[in-house]
Design a protein around this ligand. Sequence first.
Ligand code: LLP
Length: 410
Amino acid sequence: MIKYINNELHIEKVSFSSIAEKYGTAAYVYSKNQIINNLHAYQKALKPADGLICFACKTNSNGQILKLLAKHGAGADTVSGGEIFRALRAGFDPSKIVFAGVGKTAEEIEYALKAKILMFNVESFEELEVINKIAGRLKVKAKIAFRINPNVDPDTHSYIVTGKKGTKFGIPYEEAFEAYLIASKMKNIIPVSIHTHIGSQITDVAPFKLAAKKIKKLADDIENAGIKLEYINCGGGLGIDYSGEDPAPKPKRLMDEIFSIFGKGKKFIFEPGRSIIGNAGHLLAKVIYRKISGDKNFLITDAAMNDLIRPTLYEAYHDIVPVKKTNAKKVKTDVVGPICESGDFMGKDRMLPVLDQGELLLVKCAGAYGAAMSSEYNSRPLLPEILVDGNKAALIRKRATYESLLLNEI
Ligand code: LLP
C-alpha cells in the first residue's frame, strides 16, 4: 500500500511528505487497509476449518491497532499481564485471548484467570502447579495447552529460534505425553489444546510442516490416552519480504499444509504477528546531516536504534527508500542515527541517491517489533504513530515529550 504518485511516496492516498509536515519526524506510519488485508488473508485461509487467528500483540500493541484487529474478528496472543490488559481495553473477547510465556508470574496468572481468558500456553511443570493452585483458590478451572518444543530448526536468526532443543521454550517433546497425563489428573486444570511456536521470520513452510508432523503424532497419542484436544495451536512465525527479493509463503500455503497433516476436523489457532502488521507500518525519518568518513557516505537521520532496534539487534534488513523520487546519482551509503554507538544504524552499504539535508527517507516494513521494541535511550522521546485510511491520516499515539520522559520518576 505504498507507492510513488507523481514522484512522491504515498501510503494509501496520503503522501509521506504531508504526514511529516503535520506530525513531524521521525514517526511510525501504518496503513489501515494493509493491516485488514493481512488479517483477512489468514481468516480466509482458515475458512475450511474452525478456529481463531490470534494476533501476537507483542509485535505492535498500539490500542487503535489492537482495536482494529479485534473489530475484524481477531483473537489475541498475549505474553504478559500488560498485554492482556491492553487486549481487554481494545475490546478483544476474553474467550479469544491466549496467554504464552516462560515466566508468567502468580499475579499475571491470577489476572488472566479473573479475566476468563481462553487458555494458558504452559511452558513448565512449575508453572502448571502455580496455575492449578491459583485456579483452586479462585474456584475456577484453568484451560491449558502445553507449549511443546519439537526440536525443529526453523533456519532464522538465532535470537528468534524457539523450537529447538536447548532453548528455554516449551516442554521438551519427549516429556510432553507424560505432561498431559499429569495435567489431566490435576483438579483445577483442563488440557484442551496443544501448542508449538518454532520461531519468527520463517520464510519456508518446511520447518512448519516438520513441527506439525511431530505435534500430530503427539496429539494422536494424547487423544488415544483419553484426553480430548479441542484446539491445535500452530503458533506464529510466517516471515515477510523485507528486501523485495525474499518472498515469503502466504497464509493459505501454510494452512493448507497444516490441514493436510491434521485434517480439518479440529479447531486451529494461529498466532501471527509480523505477517499481519510488519509490511503495514514504516518508519519515516529525515536527513539531519550528511558526512563522508573514509570511503563511506553517511546519512544521519532523526530516527535511531532506540526507535527501531531490529537492525542493531538482529542485523535485520529493512529496505530504505527516499520519499521523493530523484534521479540523483546513487552512492553507497550508511543510514545512521544520532546515538553514540557504532551499532546505531538503520542500514549499511545501501545504494541510495545523494540526498540533501532535510529530505525524507522511509525505513520500510517496520510495523512489527518496531514501535513495540522502541525505548527512550539517550532520553529520546518515543515516536508518534499515525494510522492512514484512504486519504485520511489519524494520530494514534502522540509524540512523547521531554516532560513525559520524567513521568514516573520520583
Ligand atoms: N507466538 C509466540 C508464542 C511467539 O513467541 C511469537 C513471537 C509469535 C507468536 C509471533 O511470531 P511472528 O508471527 O511475529 O513471527 N523481536 C523479533 C521477533 C521476536 C519473536 C518472538 N515471538 C524481531 O524483531 O524479529
